[in-house]
Each structure stands twice: as C-alpha cells, then as structure tokens.
Design a protein. Structure first.
Length: 130
C-alpha cells in the first residue's frame, strides 16, 4: 500500500501532469493507496497559508473521503526513534514530520509516492517517483 506524500497530493491539487499520470498508473495497477495523519496535517497547514482556502479545503475533504489516513500507532514509535536517531547520526536532515511519515510508511509496506529526494536516504523506504 503506497503512502501518498504531501508533495504528491499538492501536485494533484495543482493538476501537475506528472502527478496525474502517476495516479492513473497506480489506479490501473489496482494498488490500494493511503496517506498518513502527518500528511493531512501538512495539507491543512498549506490550505490555511493559501489564497484559496475554501477551494483547497474542499480538495482535502475529497481526499479524506477516498484515501484512508494511516495513524501513528504504538508500532510507529520505535520505528521513528530508530530512523530519527540513525538519520541524526548520519547528518541527514528530513524534518520531524517526514521522519514520522517514513516511520508510518515502514510499518506498512515501505513504499512512498513522492518527489522529495530525502526519503530515498531513509533505510527500508522504497520511493516511487513521478
């Protein structure tokens, strides 16, 4: 179950061709898609920073109706701790939200759809770029 990262969801909102093609590809493969609670938080932050709050709120509501949101569970805590510590030791900067997104992703099948390069530096994550 690939996790749809915030960059991908925002690019869909903006109707960027590469993101739309990737979504079509995933749908044709019959892949079950999800996002994380952290991605939803990032989306809401972006909405309230945008000049089209109502339109973008509508988009988020559509996403949440169609795509399940994976939560932070007890299983995520140690995975996050390990990832965050390892990245810190190696001097890799991703940000707390992205480290949590990575931990949630790893607790499922470890695949994330994104154009953020730093996810590929996280051990165990498989990045599907678009």
């Amino acid at each position: 179950m690939p996790v749809l990262d915030t960059t991908f969801l925002v690019d869909l909102l903006r109707k960027r061709p590469a993101a739309c093609r990737k979504l079509n590809e995933l749908e044709e493969r019959g892949v079950f898609l999800a996002t994380t609670c952290m991605n939803v938080l990032e989306l809401y932050r972006g909405v309230y920073l945008s000049s089209s709050v109502e339109r973008n709120l509508s988009f988020i509501r559509l996403i949440l109706e169609e795509i399940p949101t994976l939560p932070v569970t007890d299983d995520v805590f140690p995975v996050f701790g390990e990832i965050s510590a390892q990245m810190s030791r190696e001097g890799i900067k991703a940000g707390d939200f992205d480290e949590i997104i990575a931990a949630i992703t790893l607790c499922y099948d470890g695949v994330i759809v994104t154009r953020d390069a730093h996810f590929s530096k996280i051990p165990g994550i498989s990045v599907e770029k678009y």
